[in-house]
Write a protein that binds this ligand. Structure first.
Ligand SMILES: Nc1ncnc2c1ncn2[C@@H]1O[C@H](COP(=O)(O)OP(=O)(O)OP(=O)(O)O)[C@@H](O)[C@H]1O
Length: 523
């Protein structure tokens, strides 16, 4: 009989919480036949990868071993509320009987199963990210209709706060490079796991007391092979959104690169790269990649990098892998990485051939790691090309939003750019203007596509993730703006020698990237 029970228990696949509950029910029922059955002290809350091990033994041999974690809020002392987001609250807590502090995110679970699953994704993804430059996951549990995610507390606060504290004193180049290098490492780790963060911004990047930079807030992140994530989801913060998102095109790791470009620009200038007097103007600027130049004192490599990160065609943007290993800025970045991370990421004396070798090595290693550490839907396919063929981007500037904007009288601004209009009956975009043709009369109907995009953005403004402050008809200003002081439309007078930014073709990065297994596109 014991053998039968042991076999029965062993054959139970434990995939999720309800499987575990069935398993435990079964095990409890047959417990008299099984030795050393450890009873569960508290109601089962959640399974995690750290926790109490329950073992079922037979003839002194462990037959079945499962890890069960039983946690609840009473394991923590709440010290204070750090902030409130759209999801719920972030609390500073102290685990009882321990000296350290943690952040506990309390997320209201939606009523629908689908909504709940999507809330749980944040915990799941964070738990899979183990990297010095990503906020460390501790555990998660559910109680009273809430999901609780416990994570590392970053005592230095977020980068946005840090930038505000600077007043008008710019960060030194050293600091910018040190922080940015770490951001790239963290984001590259995320991409290697085939996950997109989708809400990289200075408010979601944290500092520890020893100056380590950590990416956090995976509330908008998605797994690349989740089919629904790409077609209809427009997430992020408008100031950091890439042209392809505004242009309703599929987006990928390069959209995160754009957002990181915005953060880098902010670090360099303490200003947002794209500011405008209206939605229309903001989107046009983003879609044209038009930003005020960086201050002259910054190294040429940073000018060049920003220019590349703000390429409107994602194909032309370097991947994080490229930025870290074979871009012109790589050597500077590597010089500013902490010693132990430098060892992990590659040699400090950079040469193109070495960069390529390192890139290949890192790429292969990433795939191995991904395959071996992740299970289920996070598992990477053995061949990237086979599973997700590279999507070809059309040449030229993004069109959809530009076309629709031509009709965007409702979202008026003093910008005169009009590229195309809408078919008054169908609402579909027409082809672009003919050269020399008289000024077109645009349909006065609202541009449905854009307005539906903006409608989402407006709704999302209720969410803190969409941090666009739009006071009446005033300019669109972000959290770094100072009332009345920002030049929202025109470039500043700082001029950098533009010719220096074009000495070599971008193909160098792009070609290199073709070989890189972490560059992928998904519809
Ligand atoms: N791990 C952390 N360490 C230190 N502070 C944190 C940490 N996580 C969040 N915070 C702080 O807690 C506050 C709430 O953050 P959270 O990301 O939970 O919501 P939010 O970003 O304000 O809102 P939303 O997610 O809706 O955009 C913010 O001020 C943030 O700086």
């Amino acid at each position: 009989m014991r053998e039968v029970i042991a076999k029965l228990l062993m054959s139970c696949p434990i995939i999720n919480r309800s499987d575990l509950q069935s398993f435990l029910g079964l095990a409890s029922y047959y417990r008299r036949y099984v030795q050393n059955f450890a009873t569960i002290a508290r109601p089962l809350q959640c399974l995690t990868d750290r926790g109490q091990t329950l073992s079922w033994c037979h003839a002194g041999v462990v037959v079945v071993s499962v890890q069960v974690y039983t946690v609840s809020m009473d394991r923590y002392t709440v010290l204070k509320v750090i902030g409130e987001g759209s999801f719920g609250r972030a609390l500073l807590v102290q685990p009882k009987g321990s000296a350290g502090h943690s952040v506990l995110k309390e997320i209201r679970l939606p009523k629908t199963q689908c909504g709940q699953e999507s809330s749980r994704t944040e915990a799941l993804l964070l738990s899979r990210m183990k990297h010095p430059n990503i906020v460390a996951y501790r555990e998660s549990f559910e109680a009273d209709g809430h999901l609780y995610i416990v994570m590392e507390y970053c005592t230095g606060g977020d980068l946005l706060q840090k930038m505000k504290q600077q007043k008008n004193t710019l960060f030194s180049v050293e600091v910018i490079l040190r922080w940015f290098a770490q951001m790239c490492l963290g984001a590259k780790h995320i991409h290697d796991k085939r996950v997109l963060h989708r809400d990289l911004k200075s408010k979601n990047i944290f500092l520890t007391d020893n100056g380590t930079v950590k990416l956090g807030d995976f509330g908008s992140a998605c797994i690349l092979n989740s089919s629904r994530a790409y077609v209809y989801s427009y997430v992020g913060t408008p100031y950091y959104m890439s042209p392809e998102i505004w242009d309703s095109k599929p987006y990928n790791n390069k959209s995160d690169v754009w957002s990181l470009g915005c953060v880098l620009y902010e670090l360099c200038t303490l200003r947002h790269p794209f500011q405008a007097t209206s939605w229309k103007s903001l989107i046009l600027k983003v879609c044209r990649g038009a930003y005020p130049p960086l201050p002259n004192h910054l190294p040429y490599e940073l000018h060049y990098l920003i220019k590349q990160m703000f390429k409107t065609n994602p194909r032309d943007r370097p991947s994080l892998h490229t930025i870290l290993t074979s871009h012109r800025v790589s050597r500077l970045l590597q010089k500013h990485l902490p010693a132990q991370q430098l060892q992990r990421e590659g040699p400090s004396s950079w040469r193109k051939e070495e960069g390529e070798k390192v890139a290949m090595f890192l790429g292969q290693k990433s795939l191995v790691e991904t395959t071996s550490t992740l299970g289920g839907s996070l598992e990477a396919p053995s061949s990237v090309e086979q599973e997700w063929p590279r999507k070809k981007w059309a040449e030229g500037p993004p069109s959809t939003v530009m076309q629709v904007l031509g009709n965007a009288h409702l979202i008026s601004s003093n910008s005169t750019a009009s590229i195309s209009g809408l078919n008054s009956n169908s609402g579909e975009a027409l082809s672009g203007p003919q050269t020399g043709s008289p000024r077109r009369q645009w349909d006065r109907k609202a541009p449905e596509k854009l307005l539906s995009l903006l409608d989402k953005a407006y709704k999302s403004m209720a969410f803190k993730t969409y941090t666009v402050h739009r006071a009446g008809e005033g300019p669109l200003v972000g959290p770094l703006s100072q009332a009345g002081k920002d030049d929202t439309d025109g470039p500043r007078e700082d001029v950098v020698d533009e010719s220096r930014l074009e000495p070599r073709s971008d193909d160098e990065d792009t070609d290199f990237e073709e070989e890189c297994p972490c560059d992928w596109v998904k519809n």
